[in-house]
Design a protein. Sequence first.
Length: 245
Amino acid sequence: MARSVNEKEYALRRNAILDVTQRLVYSKGYEQMAIQDILDELQISKGAFYHYFDSKPALLEALIERMQQEMLQMVIPIVQNPHLGALEKLQRFFDVAVHWKTARKTFMLELTRVWYTDHNAIVRQKMMAMLSRGAIPLLTEIFRQGIREDVFNIPFPDQIGAIYLSLIQAIGDGFAELLLIDEPQGDELQRAERLIAAYTDALERLLGTPAGSLHLMDIESLKEWFAAPGDNPDAEASVGSIRER
């Protein structure tokens, strides 16, 4: 019992640090945020902090890991819903991720700037591997259902998930490059539309499903990402309707 209580207390305190970190990344930016800012807000010592995280990069890694787990937990009920077809499940898989991130645009942009710096390359690789371990079994379940429903033509359903995620990662990399461009040319939204269209076509071909079966990102969400600051204030949009509809 004591061990259970200690584990629960450990998790609560660790999450408290991550909660404060998330607020500070949003309000100050990751690079400007110091560990001392966290200590001051929580009124804890450095020793207490280092009991949970051994560095600022470790804090970033844990924060992104927690975000990944939040999204995966939102997707699981969709995958397990016996009333949804495979195509609809896959579409909602995309919708959850898009709406979740768009609702937190300012925070996600700050993380993206940090995420794609050279010194975080190893963290990116580790986090993608972790995401793959959680997402691939869910995708495989959807793909197998799609084969049974004759909406997917996939000869290797157990392997296709890794290929699918590699394409999704490539979309993310290309999207981030457009968002973080040093000297915008004014055509970034149009280039993003072509990027999404090209990868949507590739993903549909990979699954052997008809053109137009998938929509990776709706145009309004896409416009939101390339809107000038203040044009579309962030709103913590609810994704509950996506999970329940």
